[in-house]
Design a binder for this molecule. Sequence first.
Ligand code: HXC
Length: 260
Amino acid sequence: SVESDYETILVRREERVGVITLNRPEALNALNTTVARELVAAAEEFDRDESIGAIVITGSERAFAAGADIAEMAGISFREAHLGDFVGGWAALARLRTPRIAAVSGYALGGGCELAMMCDLIIAADTAKFGQPEINLGVIPGMGGTQRLTRAIGKAKAMDLILTGRMMGAEEAERAGLVSRVVPAAALLDEALKTAAVIASKSLPSVYAAKEAVDVAFETVLAEGLRFEKRAFYSMFALGDQKEGMAAFLEKRKPDFGND
Ligand code: HXC
C-alpha cells in the first residue's frame, strides 16, 4: 500500500481515525522537506477518505518535533527560500477539513510547535515543552508561529516566548490556552485516539461545518464570523444527519449518522 512508501512517517488507521507518527528519531523528528511532503500527502489522503473522521498527528516520547531541520536550512539563500517557497507546502495541511489532533510529548519547538498549532486541538503529555526558539538561530518563526501563537495565547506570552526563545511546559501551555488537555505521558496516545474517535463518531458534515466556523473566528472579525455561523447553521437543516440527530434525541436512542 501507499502507507509503506513513506520514509519519515508511519501511517496507520484505527477504525475511523487516521494516525500519522513522525519517525526521524535520529533528529528528534526535525521537519525536513521529505517530512513536509510525506505528512501533507498522508493527511490529504485521509482527508479524501470518507471513512476517516479525524486525524491524530504524533511524534515520539522524547519529541513531537524539534523544529525545522536546521542542517537542511543552514545553507539556503534568500533567493532559494523565496523561489523554493520552502515552507509553503505546509499551508495545505492547515486547510484540510478533517479535524486534526496533535498528540504532543517532549519537544514541540519552532516548526514543531507550528505544526502542532496547524492542528485543531493539542493534547499534551505532562512532559511536553513548547517553544519558538528561532530567535536563537538568528531567524524568526516561518510556519505561522508569530500569528497562530499570538492568537492562541495573546501578545504578552507570545512576545515572551518568541523574543526570548524559552520553552514553556505543558502546564503553562494549558494555562495560556495553547493546549486543550494535559495528560500523563503514558496516557497520551490513548487519550488522543479516544478523543479522535469521539469526533469521528459524529455527523461528518456537522463536524466539518463546526470546525470551519471556529476557524473563521480565528481568521476574521466577529461580525463576519457571526454571519458565517448563521448561514452554516441554517444549512445544517438540509442534512439527513440533522433529522436523524434530533429524531434520535426525541426517541431516546443513539443517532445513526451518515445515511442520507
Ligand atoms: C536538525 C536536529 C534538530 C533540528 C535536534 N536535532 N533538533 N537536527 N534540526 N531542529 C538533532 C541534533 O542535531 C542531534 O543530532 C539529535 O537531533 C539529538 O539532539 P540533541 O541536541 O543532541 O538532544 P538534546 O541535547 O536532548 O537537546 C534537545 C533540543 C535540541 C533542546 C531539542 O536538540 C535543540 O535545541 N534543537 C533545536 C531546536 C530548534 O532550534 N528548533 C527550531 C528550528 S528553526 P546528532 O546527529 O548530533 O545526534 C525552525 C524554523 C521553522 O523550526 C520556520 C519555518 C521553517
